[in-house]
Design a protein. Structure first.
Length: 606
């Protein structure tokens, strides 16, 4: 059976996973009457809730005697570490572009990586049934993008398909709005080369993804670069420098068939498989026959740009809502994550009670925290901070991001003004049709922390913002942070409606009556710039005087409930987010008011 290995790359929400669903159905992977969830590849709970792909996944379909291994890649820049590794496993890519949104920042990121590896893309203009489609302009944008990324003449001569992933058709004619995905299957088989491999050489395999299984232990996924491997064959793992990491046996080999991982007896060069049996080998290691001493080249990964402190929860509520609360449990979980996710770096603090976790962006770290929270962990999370560097001249540099914003024309002035306050530099501004403007900025990552919520309020929820790491550039000086102070509880107890009523005049509340509070916990936002300590537990003094009933009915505005990402973006440097399986609370790092005063005096003196 002939073989093709392809990856589907695209910007977030351009329809990769939906298209893979249709490829399954039309290749006969699913029976006609088989009930399959929508976006079957997004199997993780967080992926289903957010509607985005977080983890790269392998699958395969058969079409007229050809096995097509397909890798569905994440579309968000924060998970770029996954995309970079995946591309080394495939011989071709399908670049999916939305017929209205066109080439977005993440399209540029993944396409640049694919072109640099010499892959020849197949361009698919997806969602051509959208009422606001602009097919020809989008195609011109893609061509310009390829030119700007130094594509070769061969790469610029790309085949184009016009498709609707949801409706299950693809055509070479942009005006045709029906049919099947047969033209796509035909283009893949004719345009993507079969893997060029040495089948007679000793077995070699580069680890691209790492998974865990309760029964099999570590599962290493990648492509067989040379030779053949059989079950129980003796193998060893080499690191990038060629040092032997460990020696063992391939206790189980698995190949991808549809959504399943199926055990196989042997795998040949070119196959994408999973191997179980090793206990220490990790991503970017070479698994090979004992006779092999030279490792395969592994793609270098872009470094992290943002870090947060993960600490043991030390609030008065600690241990009441989670089952995993000790620093040892947190340490083991974080180091396990860093093993499989090469874009994350973990360092332990000197006091062993907290860990510095560095990653690509707020979303990536937010997904890690949310996953740990669901596993029963309790954590204290600090405000994100960017990772600075020094250039050759010893000057401080910081990470910059390319920010592409699509907004209604009426909101463009506000967005430009807010981005200027955050030291963003306007690099391009053009009408994108339908009363919308596309604005591009180059902005320090530091200024973008916490901006997304404010951006959605400013644009009445209609704006779309996309960010992508651009470069390390000169330090831009101080950026103004949150303008408002907070309301801080001055004691422990339960929030009382009678006390919360008057506090509503002071600002926006984050808590409801009956909620458990503690000293130092933030219960709302002050309308003024300074922090204010308040008593949200004061109850009404009972007397034997009868009331007319006018002042008994206290009507409170519903509190502002923050998501995990909103809370992390909201906090200041002297605050933390307390994350438990049941609640997300915001608190001051120092709960005691006297300690806080001492710390602020020290800061002023410094």
């Amino acid at each position: 059976m002939s073989l093709r290995n392809i990856a589907i790359i695209a910007h977030v929400d351009h329809g990769k996973t939906t298209l893979v669903d249709q490829l399954f159905r039309q290749s006969g992977t699913f029976r006609d009457n088989q009930r399959v969830e929508e976006r079957a590849m997004d199997s993780n709970d967080l992926e289903k809730e957010r509607g985005i792909t977080i983890l790269a996944k392998c699958t395969s379909v058969e079409w007229e005697g050809t096995r097509i291994n397909i890798v569905d890649t994440p579309g968000h820049a924060d998970f770029g570490g996954e995309v970079e590794r995946i591309l080394s496993m495939v011989d071709g890519v399908i670049l999916l572009v939305d017929s209205s949104e066109g080439a977005m920042p993440q399209t540029k990121f993944v396409t640049g990586k694919a072109l640099a590896l010499g892959l020849r893309p197949i361009v698919v203009v997806n969602k051509i049934d959208r009422p606001d489609e602009r097919i020809q302009e989008v195609l011109d944008e893609v061509f310009d993008l390829f030119v700007s990324l130094d594509a070769t003449d061969e790469q610029l001569d790309f085949p184009v398909l016009y498709a609707s992933g949801r409706n299950g058709y693809a055509n070479t004619d942009p005006d045709k709005r029906d049919g099947t995905l047969t033209p796509m299957f035909e283009t893949i088989v004719s345009h993507v080369p079969a893997p060029v491999v040495d089948a007679d050489a000793p077995f070699q395999f580069l680890v691209t993804l790492l998974d865990r299984d309760n029964f099999l232990g570590r599962i290493l996924t990648g492509r067989v670069a040379a030779g053949t491997v059989k079950v129980n064959q003796q193998i060893h793992a080499l690191d990038r420098d060629g040092k032997v990491v460990e020696t063992g046996r391939a206790s189980k080999l698995m190949a991808f068939r549809g959504l399943e991982r199926v055990p196989v007896e042997e795998a040949k060069a070119g196959d994408i498989i999973s191997i179980a049996g090793l206990t220490e080998a990790t991503v970017a290691n070479t698994i090979a026959d004992i006779s092999v001493s030279e490792p395969l080249h592994a793609q270098p990964i872009d470094p992290p740009t943002l870090s947060m402190r993960f600490a043991v929860n030390d609030s008065p509520m600690a241990g009441r809502e989670g089952t995993k609360v000790t620093s040892r449990m947190i340490r083991d979980r974080l180091f396990r994550e860093a093993e499989s996710n090469v874009a994350i770096r973990v360092t332990e603090s000197a006091d062993k009670d907290s860990f510095e976790v560095a990653g690509r962006g707020e979303l990536q770290l937010g997904v890690l925290i949310e996953t740990m929270r669901r596993e029963g962990f309790e954590l204290g999370i600090s405000r994100p901070r960017v990772l600075y560097r020094e250039d050759e001249a010893g000057n401080r540099t910081e990470p910059y991001e390319s920010v592409v914003i699509d907004v209604d024309d009426e909101h463009s002035g506000t967005v430009v003004e807010k981005m200027a306050l955050r030291k963003g530099e306007l690099t391009d501004m053009r009408p994108s049709g339908g009363g919308k403007t596309r604005i591009t900025f180059s902005a320090p990552s530091r200024g973008l922390i916490g901006y997304h919520g404010e951006f959605l309020s400013d644009t009445r929820g209609t704006g779309i913002m996309n960010r992508l790491f651009e470069k390390y550039g000169p330090y831009r000086g101080p950026i103004e942070g949150r303008k408002n102070g907070v309301l801080i509880s001055n004691g422990n107890g339960e929030a009382v409606a009678y006390a919360l009523g008057p506090l509503e005049d002071r600002g926006i509340l984050f808590v409801s009556p009956g909620e458990a509070l503690y000293e130092g916990m933030i219960i709302g936002e002050n309308a003024k710039p300074e922090d204010l300590e308040v008593n949200p537990m004061k109850s009404k003094q009972l007397t034997n005087f009868r009331s007319t009933g006018k002042d008994d009915a206290i009507r409170l505005t519903p509190p502002k409930i923050m998501t995990l990402e909103q809370a992390i973006a909201y906090i200041d440097d002297d605050e933390m987010v307390e994350v438990t399986p049941k609640n997300i609370r915001i608190r001051k790092t120092l709960l005691d008011p006297h300690e806080r005063k001492k710390a602020s005096r020290k800061k002023e003196a410094a």
